[in-house]
Ligand binder design. Structure first.
Ligand SMILES: Cc1cc2nc3c(=O)[nH]c(=O)nc-3n(C[C@H](O)[C@H](O)[C@H](O)COP(=O)(O)OP(=O)(O)OC[C@H]3O[C@@H](n4cnc5c(N)ncnc54)[C@H](O)[C@@H]3O)c2cc1C
Ligand SMILES: *[C@@H]1O[C@H](CO)[C@@H](O)[C@H](O)[C@H]1NC(C)=O
Ligand SMILES: *[C@@H]1O[C@H](CO)[C@@H](O)[C@H](O)[C@H]1NC(C)=O
Ligand SMILES: *[C@@H]1O[C@H](CO)[C@@H](O)[C@H](O)[C@H]1NC(C)=O
Ligand SMILES: *[C@@H]1O[C@H](CO)[C@@H](O)[C@H](O)[C@H]1NC(C)=O
Length: 517
C-alpha cells in the first residue's frame, strides 16, 4: 500500500492528464453558456465569488489550490454542457451547493489538480405543494430557504434535516442530513422521493431513468461521486402548531458527569417526539431540546423519563411554532424567521478556522471515562463535543436501505470540533488536540470499522489513491467502510455503472468497482 501511494499519488496522475483549459472555455461558449456565468481567475468577481459560501476560512489562504474557473449555471442545460465540455477537455469539475464541506472539497483540491467549480447557488428554487405535503428543492438552495418556504406554506408541516440554515441542500442531502427531527422522522434522505441528476455522460436523469441503484447511491453516498444532483423531491412531515424548546446548562460542579452518563441510555429511548442533544464544552454540558408538543405535555415526560435532569421545570420551556424554533435553536433568541433566508456565512464564524471529526457510540461510555473526558475538555486549546441521540425512526430503517449505515444499535453520534482565530494562529495546536482526543476515544466508540458520519468529512480518515487512471477500490476501503460500513462495496459497484472512468472524483469520492473483477 505504501508503495502504491508513492508511485501512484493522486497529484502525479492528475497533473499528467492533458487539460485543455482554452478548449474548455470555447466549448462552454459554443454550448450556449452565457459568458457572464463564467469566471476566470483574472475576473474581479472571481475571489468574492469563490469566498461567498466558504464556511471554513482555513481553506481560503494563499496556499490553497483554487479552481481555474468558476461557472455559475442558471439552467440544467448549462450543467449538462459543463460536464460534456469538461470531459472533452480533461477538465474536472467540483460541484458546490452550500460550500459547507468540512474539508472544502467543493472548491479546493488537496493536491495540484486543475479543476473548475460548478457553483449551483443560482439554482435554488423551492416549490412547496401543501396538497400532497411534498416539495421540490434545488440543490443550490440552503436549508434555511427550504425551511422558510415550508413554514410560509403551512404551520403544521416541517422537514427533518440539519440545524445550520446556511448549509446547502446539495451536499447535505447527498450525504445524509440530520437534525432535531431525526428521531421522529429519520434523516433528510429517508424523506427523498425523487431527484434530478446530470451524469458523467451529460444526461439529465430522474429517479426512473437513473435506475434504482443510482437513486439509492445519491441518498447518502455523497453526490460528488455519481454526477451533479440538480433537485430533489421530498416528503414534508407533520409538526404540531406548538413545539417546545429548552436549553439547560449543567456544570461539572452540579454533576454534569453523572447526568451525561445517564443521558446516554435515556435520550435514544425517549418517546420519538422528544429530542435532547448535548453540547459539552469546557466544564458544562448544555442540554438542547426540541419537543413536538406543549410544555404541559413535556413536563410529565421529563420527570418520569429523565429525572436526573432535576433542574428542569416550566421556566425553561419556550413554546413557539416549528418554523420559529429553527432560527431560535441555531441562531439564538434574538433571531427571526427571515434570518433563515440570509445566505451570508457569519462574519464572526468566518474568522475562526476549525477542525472536526466524528464517532458513533453503540455502548454507553462508563462514568469514569466521562470524568476523564471532562478533564480533557478543561485543557488549554481544548475543543467541544456535540452528542446527538439516535434511535426511534433513525434506527427503524434497515442498514442497507440507504448508504447511510448508522442505524439500529447506534446510541448517539459524537461530533468533535475545535476552533481557532485565523488572525495569529494556524490551528496546529487545536488540530493536534482533536487528533489526540480522537485517539483517546478509540476504546469507547464503535469499532471494526470505527464509524464516522460522511457529512462531517475528515481527510484524516483516509484519502483516495489513484491507480492507472481511476481511484483504487482497495485503498478507498480505509475511509469508505467508516462512512458506509457494508454499503461501501455496493456504492463502488454503482459508481462503476454510472461513471466507470471516475470523472467525478475527489479525495474521498467512491472508487469504481467493475462487476467482473
Ligand atoms: C456550520 C455547519 C453546521 C452543520 N450542521 C449539520 C447538521 O446539523 N446536520 C448534518 O447532518 N450536517 C451538518 N453539517 C454538515 C453538512 O451537512 C455537510 O457539510 C454538507 O455536505 C454541506 O453541504 P453543502 O452543499 O453546503 O456543501 P458543499 O461544500 O457545497 O458540498 C459538499 C460535498 O458535496 C458535493 N456536492 C455538493 N452539491 C452537490 C450536488 N448538487 N451534486 C453532487 N454533489 C454535490 C461537493 O462536491 C462536496 O464534495 C454542518 C456543517 C457546517 C459547516
Ligand atoms: C432552461 O433551458 C430550457 C431549454 O434550453 C428551457 O426550456 C427552460 O425554460 C430553461 N429553464 C430555466 C429555468 O430557465
Ligand atoms: C425553576 O428553576 C429555576 C432555576 O433552577 C428556579 O429559579 C425557579 O424558581 C424554578 N421555577 C419553578 C416554577 O419551580
Ligand atoms: C446576514 O448575516 C450576516 C452574518 O451573520 C450579517 O452580518 C448580516 O447583517 C445579515 N444580513 C441581514 C440582511 O440580516
Ligand atoms: C481511463 O482508462 C481507460 C482504459 O485505459 C480508458 O478507457 C478511459 O477512457 C480512461 N479514462 C480517462 C478519464 O482518461
Amino acid at each position: 500500500m505504501i508503495v502504491f501511494t508513492l508511485l501512484c499519488s493522486y497529484a502525479s496522475i492528475s497533473s499528467s492528464q492533458a487539460t485543455s483549459s482554452d478548449g474548455f472555455l470555447q466549448c462552454l461558449s459554443a454550448s450556449g453558456i452565457p459568458s457572464q456565468l463564467v469566471f476566470t481567475q483574472s475576473s474581479p468577481s472571481f475571489t468574492p465569488l469563490l469566498k461567498s459560501s466558504i464556511r471554513n476560512p482555513k481553506f481560503f489562504t494563499p496556499s490553497i489550490v483554487r479552481p481555474l474557473y468558476i461557472v455559475t449555471p442558471t439552467n440544467a442545460s448549462h450543467v449538462q454542457a459543463a460536464v460534456l465540455c469538461g470531459r472533452r477537455n480533461g477538465m474536472r469539475i467540483r460541484v458546490r451547493s452550500g460550500g459547507h464541506d468540512y474539508e472544502g472539497l467543493s472548491y479546493r483540491s488537496e493536491h495540484a489538480e486543475v479543476f473548475t467549480v460548478l457553483d449551483l447557488s443560482n439554482l435554488r428554487a423551492v416549490r412547496v405543494d401543501t396538497q400532497t405535503s411534498t416539495a421540490w428543492v434545488d440543490s443550490g438552495a440552503t436549508l434555511g430557504e427550504l425551511y422558510y418556504a415550508v413554514g410560509k406554506a403551512s404551520n403544521v408541516l416541517g422537514f427533518p434535516a440539519g440545524l445550520c440554515p446556511t448549509v446547502g441542500i446539495g451536499g447535505h442531502f447527498s450525504g445524509g442530513g440530520f437534525g432535531m427531527l431525526l428521531r421522529k422522522y429519520g434523516l433528510a434522505i429517508d424523506n427523498v422521493l425523487d431527484a434530478v441528476l446530470v451524469d458523467a455522460r451529460g444526461r439529465l436523469l430522474s429517479k426512473t431513468t437513473m435506475g434504482s441503484d443510482v437513486f439509492w447511491a445519491i441518498r447518502g453516498g455523497g453526490g460528488e461521486s455519481f454526477g451533479v444532483v440538480l433537485s430533489w423531491q421530498v416528503r414534508l412531515v407533520a409538526v404540531p402548531p406548538t413545539v417546545t424548546v429548552f436549553n439547560l446548562p449543567v456544570s461539572a460542579s452540579q454533576g454534569a458527569v453523572d447526568v451525561v452518563t445517564r443521558w446516554q441510555q435515556v435520550a435514544p429511548a425517549l418517546p420519538d417526539d422528544l429530542f435532547i442533544r448535548v453540547l459539552v464544552q469546557q466544564q458544562t454540558a448544555n442540554f438542547q431540546s426540541l419537543f413536538l408538543g406543549t410544555c404541559d405535555a413535556l413536563l410529565p415526560v421529563m420527570s418520569s423519563r429523565f429525572p436526573e435532569l432535576r433542574w428542569f421545570n416550566r421556566s425553561f420551556c419556550k413554546e413557539m411554532t416549528w418554523i420559529q424554533s429553527v432560527p431560535y435553536i441555531y441562531l439564538g433568541s434574538g433571531s427571526t424567521v427571515e434570518d433563515l433566508l440570509n445566505r451570508t456565512t457569519s462574519a464572526a464564524v468566518f474568522s475562526s478556522g476549525y477542525k472536526a471529526t466524528s464517532d458513533y457510540v453503540r455502548q454507553a461510555i462508563p462514568r469514569d471515562v466521562w470524568a476523564t473526558i471532562f478533564a480533557k475538555l478543561a485543557q488549554p486549546n481544548a475543543g467541544l463535543m456535540i452528542l446527538d441521540p439516535y434511535g426511534a425512526q433513525a434506527a427503524a430503517v434497515p442498514e442497507s436501505s440507504t448508504p447511510f449505515p448508522h442505524r439500529a444499535g447506534v446510541l448517539y453520534n459524537i461530533q468533535y470540533m475545535n476552533f481557532w482565530s485565523m488572525a495569529g494562529s494556524d490551528g496546529s495546536v487545536q488540530t493536534k488536540w482533536i487528533r489526540d482526543f480522537y485517539a483517546f476515544m478509540a476504546p469507547y466508540v464503535s469499532s471494526n470499522p470505527r464509524e464516522a458520519y460522511f457529512n462531517y468529512r475528515d481527510l484524516d480518515l483516509g484519502e483516495n489513491v489513484v491507480v492507472g487512471n481511476v481511484s483504487s477500490y482497495q485503498a478507498g476501503m480505509v475511509w469508505g467502510q467508516k462512512y458506509f460500513r457494508g454499503n461501501y462495496q455496493r456504492l463502488a459497484m454503482v459508481k462503476a455503472e454510472i461513471d466507470p472512468d471516475d470523472y467525478f472524483r475527489n479525495e474521498q469520492s467512491i472508487p469504481p468497482l467493475p462487476k467482473s473483477k
